[in-house]
Design a protein around this ligand. Structure first.
Ligand code: KE4
Length: 439
């Protein structure tokens, strides 16, 4: 069947999604609860999902997809892992929320502190955004300074401080700086360039004494995937140390994604504060921020920096997180993810070479991003050379062949422990045919 027919056939096979999506749009802005899900940048109405199982997603019409979004990172074990589901059911039978400390919160806090040496104390919250907002508030209180440095193209959730030249959904929708952020707030956020230490030094030469913290994704996953140059993170550590400001590693994506711990364990650079999310919740709403005791002791009620949350440390979310991290301790888990990531991406590269299509593919462990550009994507500037129209076409061709990529050139693909060799084989076949469809 030729490409046109494949696409037509798929579009006809998603009637329930189409009907329900128009209802969704009636009740929710854009029909979604998070912008990137609307698939606007790839020019499609989204498919609505009925269920997930292992490496697969199933839409309302029963179509099956091999999932490389993994709920934007959390589902490292795959969908509906039996032990995670069992832990959730057991926890739910005991009650869904107490508004009081329970054993599971202590267990998850212990696992995090034991896995990430720079975290001596950790506070659970319910999203990555809460984690980064709270970490910045704490850094401002701890240093008595107001300015924050972030990097163009990095995304740290939707807190006002971060919605300046941000990545992820802001880049995808073409509005990197959101309206609604007061100039007084936006003015406190200074923008540097990822993998460019000179751009950081320039800001410190001008504002050094006013900067409370530098926040960075140690591996940038919200402008596609951009890896840190050797020395970049070490340089940030040196600059922040010499100016008495804090270094915050936003490891919401990378926490427990690349190793049993955080990327800081791999690169050997210790930040002052770390934010976490996604994997530590095993698919349930969890975020966390933590660091040295001398900093964390300033968080209320031990200290005066206020931060709170009705469902923080929720027993169900903690049960999913504890079960997920416990399973990730199994011998060989990350080696397997890395091996499968290498196998898949090497085959994708071969397919692009065979078809003579220009691309750049960045990978680290079970994270990868495919860029439609002739350049090596080493920074934001290179990301901006991508042909997003070609990406959108490629995305559609893959989707119609049962392969679920993130619907944006500015996101990262994820593998789970549930992806099989057969999934990889099917994916490569789909990539091959999708590339034919680009001609
Ligand atoms: P949440 O508030 O979405 O849980 O986490 C915010 C956040 C913070 N830091 C980093 C490095 C992140 O990547 C995120 C959220 N990631 C996006 C996808 N790149 C979530 C998907 C979405 O916005 O729908």
């Amino acid at each position: 069947m030729d490409n046109r027919h494949i696409i037509d056939k798929h579009m006809q096979s998603r009637k329930k999604s189409q009907e329900l999506f128009s209802t969704a749009r009636h009740f929710m802005p854009g029909g979604v609860n998070s912008p990137v899900r609307a698939c606007k940048s790839v020019g499609l109405d989204p498919v609505l999902i009925q269920k997930g199982n292992g490496s697969k997603l199933y839409d309302l019409d029963g179509n099956e997809y091999i999932d490389y979004v993994c709920s934007w990172g959390p589902l490292i074990l795959g969908h509906a892992h039996p032990e995670v589901v069992a832990a959730l059911c057991q926890a739910a039978r005991q009650g869904t929320s107490f508004g009081a400390t329970c054993e599971r919160e202590i267990e998850l806090a212990r696992l995090i502190c034991e896995a990430i040496p720079s975290i001596e104390k950790v506070r659970m919250v319910s999203s990555g955004t809460e984690a980064t907002m709270s970490a910045v508030r704490l850094a401002r209180a701890y240093t008595g300074r107001d300015r924050i440095v972030k990097f163009e193209g990095c995304y740290h959730g939707h807190g006002d401080t971060f919605l300046i030249k941000a990545g992820s959904g802001l880049l995808t929708t073409g509005v990197p700086t959101s309206p609604g952020v007061p100039p007084a707030t936006a003015g406190q956020t200074l923008i540097a360039h990822y993998n460019n230490l000179d751009s950081v030094t320039e800001l410190f030469n001008q504002f050094g004494a006013e900067i409370a913290a530098v926040i960075v994704e140690p591996v940038a996953g919200n402008m596609g995937l951009v890896l840190p140059h050797k020395g970049f993170l070490e340089g940030l550590r040196r600059i922040t140390q010499s100016h008495g400001c804090l270094l915050i590693f936003d490891e919401v994506i990378t926490g427990f994604r690349l190793t049993y711990g955080a990327y800081q364990n791999i690169v050997g650079v210790e930040p002052d504060l770390t934010t976490l999310g996604k994997v530590i919740g095993g698919g349930m709403p969890v975020g966390a921020y933590g660091g040295r005791q001398e900093i964390m002791e300033n968080v209320s009620p031990e200290g005066d920096v206020y931060q709170a949350g009705t469902l923080s440390g929720n027993p169900l979310a903690m049960a999913a997180g504890v079960t997920t991290l416990t399973l990730l301790q199994h011998e060989g888990c990350y080696e397997q993810l890395d091996k499968r990531g290498a196998l898949l991406t090497n085959e994708i590269k071969e397919a692009f070479h065979r078809k003579g299509v220009s691309y750049c593919l960045n990978r680290i462990g079970s994270m990868f991003a495919l860029f439609f550009t002739e350049q090596d994507v080493v920074d934001y500037k290179a990301v901006m050379t991508c042909n997003t129209a070609l990406f959108a076409k490629f995305y559609t061709e893959l989707l119609c062949r049962g392969v679920w990529f993130p619907p944006s050139q500015y996101e990262t693909c994820f593998l789970s422990c549930a992806h099989t060799d057969s999934d990889i084989e099917k994916t490569i076949n789909a990539v091959d045919k999708a590339l034919d469809g680009l001609k």
